[in-house]
Design a protein around this ligand. Structure first.
Ligand code: UFG
Length: 342
């Protein structure tokens, strides 16, 4: 049984599908602070099996201890965390409490239960503004906001833990920019409140919930002036977790892996690809740079290729088509609701 914290979120839910598809049993622990219980039904429809579910926060050590006592948990995948950069600047204590404190609570419960295999959700944000590209795992880390710092702190805690006791097996996954959705159109990203990321905002423009897409700067020193990111299809990212689990079975200690495609795509290129793939037009306007954005960020994913034996294989066209299919599905479910005109 794999315990998946935050298993109803965007990356967590797709990973549940991949785990179930690979034959694992899954127990989701999620406090629904940024997700909905309906996602369990969606996972079941897509995967053909329903994960077990406990509604609880990772900080709730009683519920965690109970979950470990009742189920034969072999490994934990820890997704549950806050992830909005701007919010973390406003609410640093909430971020350290949930992201760092929650992880400490989870680790203590794992230790007490004798469960010592963990896959941790880190982020490319730990690299801050990278000095060299592509970014390798041994690049210096530098936090530019409390969210990024919370990930660096947890990485350091995990390093100390693995150093203290060789029976710990920890894979630290640094995600680049996940986009797309399950190809069934039944599972995807459902941000609560106003989204911050490019793809959900772009989808809002495509369904006319938002009039125009703001492009945050066209004067960066990049190939076309817009920022460049390593966009990766969320199903490829999810499959990376199954590969990480295989790796854990054979390796002790802690190892970090970049999960990205290894190719930089600009914001303009993403907009153009979306229009080509879906036939939708995206009204856009150039506005000023967004505070805290780095010009370019993409991965050297060689280590994940060679050691995890994992390779992303869905291209930018699939990222756009699948995200669009999911958005249309959401619109069809909300017929008669707010503006949604695919
Ligand atoms: N962008 C726009 N218009 C928008 C939204 C975004 O031009 O409406 C641009 C941003 O300025 C940036 C690019 O699109 O240049 C990507 O922005 P996202 O917000 O989608 O993603 P980020 O690269 O800023 O951040 C994401 C996650 C972080 C994570 C980071 C890791 O949100 O949590 O990737 O690289 F840390």
């Amino acid at each position: 049984m794999i315990l998946v914290t935050g298993g109803l979120g965007f990356i967590g839910s797709h990973t549940c599908v991949s785990l179930l598809g690979a034959g694992h049993d899954v127990l989701v622990l999620d406090d629904l602070s940024n997700s909905s219980v309906d996602v369990l039904d969606r996972i079941e429809r897509v995967a053909g099996r329903r994960p077990l579910f406990v509604r609880a926060s990772v900080s709730d050590t009683d519920q965690l201890a109970e979950a470990f006592a009742q189920h034969d948990v072999g490994a934990v995948m820890h997704f549950a965390a806050f992830k909005a950069v701007a919010e973390s600047v406003r609410l640093p204590l909430a971020y350290y409490d949930n992201n760092v404190g929650g992880t400490l609570a989870l680790l203590s419960c794992m230790k007490a239960a004798g469960v010592r295999s963990l896959v941790f959700s880190s982020s490319a944000t730990v690299y801050g503004s990278p000095a060299t590209l592509p970014i390798r795992e041994d690049c210096p880390r530098f936090a530019v906001n409390p969210y990024g710092r919370s990930k660096i702190i947890v990485e350091d805690i995990l390093t100390d833990l693995a150093g203290s006791d060789p029976s710990w097996r920890i894979v630290n996954l640094r995600y680049f920019n996940p986009v797309g959705a399950h190809e069934s159109g039944l599972l995807g990203e459902q941000p609560r409140g106003a989204p911050n990321n490019l793809m959900p905002r772009l989808l809002q423009v495509a369904v006319k919930q938002r009039e125009v897409l703001d492009i945050f700067g066209d004067d960066y020193p990049t190939k076309d002036g817009s920022c460049v990111r390593d966009f990766i299809h969320v199903v490829d990212l999810a499959d990376g977790h199954v590969a990480a689990l295989r790796y854990l079975a054979e390796h002790s200690g802690m190892t970090s892996f970049n999960l990205g495609v290894g190719r930089g795509i600009s914001v303009f290129e993403m907009c153009h690809a979306f229009e080509q793939s879906t036939g939708q037009s995206l009204p856009r306007r150039i506005v000023g740079r967004r505070a805290g954005d780095v010009a370019e960020c993409w991965a050297d994913a060689t280590r994940a290729h060679t050691e995890l034996n994992w390779r992303p294989n869905r291209d930018i066209d699939a990222m756009c088509r699948d995200a669009w299919r999911w958005q249309r599905h959401l619109c069809s479910e909300n017929r008669g609701g707010s503006v949604c005109r695919p």
